[in-house]
Design a protein around this ligand. Structure first.
Ligand code: GLU
Length: 254
């Protein structure tokens, strides 16, 4: 299988913005093992702004664009340094790809990106993708990595997109506010009723929330690709997913 795995900032970092070492170690070991077993993995990793903010000792996620972009420049280095070091322990080679909206809209750039991606996979490298936050602004950018990972999954013709988040999946209501909220195991079609479940959600360190995840689901399922939302606190869930077990919420490709 060709699997695109998206990791959110809340999965990678503690609330302080500093790296969650235990989590990232376990994630890297599972992804390395899956690669060893023959799965093709493409990682879409957030965390540049969050980790940059931590490293620069900023009080929280920056709100203004220049500080965000400065934090991303610092954090992206840190992120790739950590991935390179940890995947290197398992003899896997990582490759950084930074993209902007334009790289999907311009057919030449998009073609170049896909050629590079394909070649990296043929060479056995592990592509790690993020938005190029130092040049993308909210107005011109893709804006969030849920959308970015969906665009990557469609472009790469992936079999599956897994969004690892700080929540177990999609619920019938916001589980932080409603004790009766139930996890929805399978979504056959991303219709208006499902889309309405994403309203008003957000996360403090990342930029996503349920709304961007449902938009991602709409995009990939229309392409015929399945998408799963599961809890990034347990990277071992990826083993269960590859074994075909029910994990989190699965959105079925049309
Ligand atoms: N590209 C941003 C970062 O690396 C994150 C975007 C997102 O969390 O969706 O910090």
């Amino acid at each position: 299988m060709r699997i695109v795995v998206k990791i959110g900032t809340s999965t990678l970092a503690h609330d302080t913005g500093r790296l969650n070492i235990r989590r990232v170690r376990s994630l890297v070991s599972v992804l390395s093992d899956l690669k060893n077993s023959g799965e093709e993995i493409i990682l879409v990793s957030s965390g540049a702004i969050g980790m940059g903010a931590g490293k620069l000792s900023l009080p929280g996620r920056p709100a203004d664009i220049p500080t965000k972009q400065a934090a991303a420049a610092v954090g992206q280095c840190e992120l790739m340094y950590v991935y390179d070091k940890l995947f290197g322990e398992y003899h896997h080679t990582v490759a950084q790809i930074l993209l902007t909206a334009d790289d999907f809209e311009d057919p030449v750039k998009h073609g170049n990106f896909l050629n590079t991606l394909r070649r990296l996979l043929e060479l056995g490298a592990l592509p790690i993708i993020n938005e190029n936050d130092t040049v993308a602004t909210a107005e011109l950018g893709i804006g969030d990595n849920d959308t970015l990972s969906a665009l990557v999954a469609v472009g790469a013709d992936a079999d599956l997109l897994v969004l690892m988040s700080d929540i177990d999946g999609l619920y019938t209501a916001d589980p932080h506010k409603d004790g009766e909220a139930k996890l929805i195991p399978v979504v056959e079609s991303v219709d208006d009723g499902i889309m309405s479940l994403g309203e008003g959600s957000s996360s403090s360190l990342g930029t996503g929330g349920m709304r961007t995840k449902l938009n991602a689901a709409k995009l990939v399922t229309a392409h015929g690709t399945d998408m799963i939302i599961c809890n990034g606190a347990s990277p071992e869930l990826l083993y269960d997913i590859c074994d075909g077990k029910q994990v989190g919420t699965r959105f079925k490709g049309a």
